[in-house]
Design a protein. Structure first.
Length: 322
C-alpha cells in the first residue's frame, strides 16, 4: 500500500482548532516548537496528533500556519533526542536545518535532528506531513554507516518510495504482531541506507566554536559506546587542543564529559524500553556496560539524576511504575 493513498492520513475537510490547542498538541508530541500564525489568526486548520503503531511513535502534523521554529533554548528544555523522518503527504513546506534549505513537496522525505535548530515555513498554505520519531542514540550507535541529516529525497527517488512503502507496512501492523520488532529494525536500517552519506561531514569543519561543537556531537554519537571516547580523543580528532574544546563546551554551559554521559544514559533508556517490549533476557547491568559505563553504582545515580527514576522503574508495568 502506498502511504500517499492512506485515507486515514488525509481528510477532505480538515477541522479548525484554536492556535493554543494546536500548539499544546504539537509540543506534547514533538517537544518544544514555537508556531507562528499568519498575522492575527487565532485558529489553525489541521491537527497535531500522535500515532503509536508497531511499537513506533509518529507525529501526524497538518496546519496552515506561517511557520514553526525550534531554537537552542527549546532544545535544551527537551530531555528526549530523536531523528525525525518526515514525509510530506499534502501541500508543501520550506525547511531550514543545519545550514541547509529545502522545499518538501508531496512524497518527499527528509531526516531532521531534534538536537539542532529547525524552522518549517508554510506561509499560510495548508501542509500535511507524517513524522516518524527515531531514537537518535540507537540510530547512530548501532551502525557504522554515516548518514546525512537535512538531505531531501525526491518523491520518486527509489529510496523515498522504499521508505514510504515500509512506513505504510508498519502502520498496517499492531505492536503485538510477531513481526513488529523486525519491522522496527528494518525501518532503522532502511533509513540509514536511504540517507547514506556521500561525503565526509568532517570536511565542513571550520574554526567557529559552534561548528566544532556540531562536529563533536556527530563524533560522540557515532562512537558513543567506545571505551576510548573522551574529551582528549575528540579534541585530537578535530585538530584542536583539549583546552579549546573545553572552552567551547563552557560557552554553552556544559562539559564534554557530561554530554557523553547523558547521551549514554539516553541510549540505555532506549535499550531498556526494547528489553521490556521484546521481553529480552538482557539485564540492565549488561545494557549499561554495553553503552560504556564501567561503574554500575555511578550509572544508577546518574540515571536517576537525569530521568528522576531508577532504571528498574522502566521495566515495571505502567500500573505500578512510579
Amino acid at each position: 500500500m502506498e502511504l500517499l493513498n492512506n485515507q486515514t492520513l488525509m481528510q477532505h475537510a480538515w477541522a479548525t482548532v484554536s492556535y493554543d490547542q494546536w500548539t499544546s498538541d504539537l509540543q506534547s508530541i514533538c517537544g518544544n516548537f514555537n508556531p507562528k500564525a499568519v498575522e492575527s489568526v487565532k485558529a489553525v486548520t489541521g491537527a497535531a496528533r500522535r500515532i503509536d503503531v508497531c511499537g513506533m511513535e509518529f507525529a501526524h502534523v497538518s496546519n496552515d500556519l506561517d511557520r514553526v521554529h525550534r531554537d537552542w533554548d527549546d532544545i535544551r528544555r527537551d530531555a528526549n533526542e530523536h531523528l525525525f523522518l518526515i514525509m510530506q503527504l499534502e501541500g508543501s513546506c520550506g525547511l531550514e536545518h543545519v545550514g541547509h534549505q529545502a522545499v518538501l513537496d508531496v512524497g518527499d522525505c527528509i531526516l531532521v535532528d531534534s538536537t539542532r535548530p529547525t524552522t518549517f515555513h508554510f506561509g499560510g498554505q495548508f501542509s500535511n506531513h507524517l513524522s516518524l520519531h527515531l531514537p537518535r542514540q540507537i540510530m547512530y550507535a548501532e551502525s557504522p554507516i554515516d548518514f546525512d541529516i537535512a538531505r531531501k529525497l525526491e518523491a520518486f527517488d527509489p529510496m523515498a518510495m522504499m521508505l514510504r512503502a515500509l512506513v505504510a507496512k508498519i502502520m498496517s501492523n499492531s505492536a503485538s504482531d510477531a513481526a513488529s520488532a523486525n519491522l522496527r529494525h528494518l525501518m532503522f536500517n532502511a533509513t540509514r541506507q536511504a540517507f547514506v552519506s556521500n561525503g565526509d561531514a568532517m570536511s565542513a569543519l571550520n574554526d567557529s566554536a559552534s561548528r566544532r561543537l556540531e562536529m563533536v556531537d556527530i563524533l560522540i554519537d557515532r562512537h558513543l559506546t567506545e571505551s576510548d571516547l573522551s574529551a582528549k580523543w575528540l579534541a585530537t580528532r578535530i585538530g584542536v587542543s583539549i583546552r579549546t574544546l573545553q572552552q567551547d563546551f563552557q560557552g554553552i554551559g556544559m562539559t564534554c564529559t557530561t554530554v557523553i554521559r547523558d547521551k549514554r544514559l539516553r541510549l540505555v533508556r532506549e535499550k531498556i524500553a526494547q528489553i521490556k517490549d521484546q521481553k529480552s533476557a538482557r539485564t540492565i547491568a549488561e545494557v549499561a556496560y554495553s553503552a560504556g559505563f564501567n561503574d554500575i553504582s555511578y550509572f544508577n545515580r546518574s540515571f536517576k539524576d537525569l530521568f528522576d527514576c531508577a532504571p528498574t522503574d522502566l521495566l515495571r508495568p505502567l500500573s505500578t511504575a512510579q
